[in-house]
Ligand binder design. Sequence first.
Ligand SMILES: [Fe+2]
Length: 395
Amino acid sequence: MIIPFEFASIPRIIFGAGKLSELYELIPEFGNNVLIVTGGTSLEKSGNWDIISSNLTQKGFDFSHAFITEEPSPNRIDEIAAKYRTMNIDVIVGIGGGSVTDAGKAISAMIPYQDSIVNYLEGVGTKKPDGKKVPYIAIPTTSGTGSEATKNAVISKVGEDGFKKSLRHDNYIPNIAIVDPELMLTCPPSITGACGMDAFTQLLEAYVSAKGNPMTNALAYSGLKYMKDNIVPACTSGSDDIGVRTAMAYGSLMSGITLANAGLGIVHGLASPIGGYFEIPHGVVCGTLLAEATKMNILKLKEKGIEGRPALMKHSEIGALMAGEEDFKKGELYKYLDLLIETLEKWTNNLEIEKLSAYGIAEDDFDKIIEKASLKNNPVHLSSDDIRKILKNRL
Ligand SMILES: [Fe+2]
């Protein structure tokens, strides 16, 4: 039986190699005054910024340019929103990795307020955003966070009182997502690997989520199917293969849609406090923990016997998908559990995903991390000791 569910809207999606060229026809739907948000230098190094800026100039747009050089902090968002609040911006375009596409989303949301974003962050502020915003076009250049399709922007403050919290409203789903895999061809292997593991984690966590429904299951499965054979090639021999990059971009997009509607599990429940306390890229946290967390979830689900069977079967379906045996017999489902774990472990090694200690995390830090960890929609309850084991095995 299908349990009742809600599915938030998705952006207008413009997907495919070369589709960036449609940006200049889309901007006039909102107006002429554009704020472009990009990262530090990678867009320039790739040559794409020259193409974008000369097209904007040629077509007569009035455009300003704001930079996000690290994970977006409340101060940086407040600063940019204040600067452009009185400039009658018609549309914001965020072009970059997850930090940039999230920052663009947050700026578009904060321009209408005379207030700091801190007051609206979940678990930090006390005010609820009302969804008012400047229209927003998101253009990812990494296949990772799926931010181009989500309703939240993750804002970080790093340090002892650090946090990684979301500004969230259904209306913050970007108006348009232009997903052009050509922009991802120059993404280096380490970033491609970490971002790819983030997207894969989001798809798997959404697929086995306690809040999943047939729609999110279908989309997550489809994303996993395209990603599984392309995640390693995207970081190695296939990094300049547009087919490989397109599959990764599709998986990442599906991960954004499914996480927004099915929620996530323990890996993301740990990524939030770890990313708040330490300067560690989100994709590395996800990539380093995914295999261990999946192993723990499967162990705990097995211990639950018949009650754990539906979620175990879902893990098995993905194991079978990894093996290219989608037409498996139902009775054989459990044999694929080990295969799922083995594949994730192999990827973690092949993609050289670093361990937590490489970012200064020590066993003494586990208590404060576990205290703030959330099980979110994890398919099974995990105790503090279970979570500690996951962390310890990736220290
Ligand atoms: Fe993520």
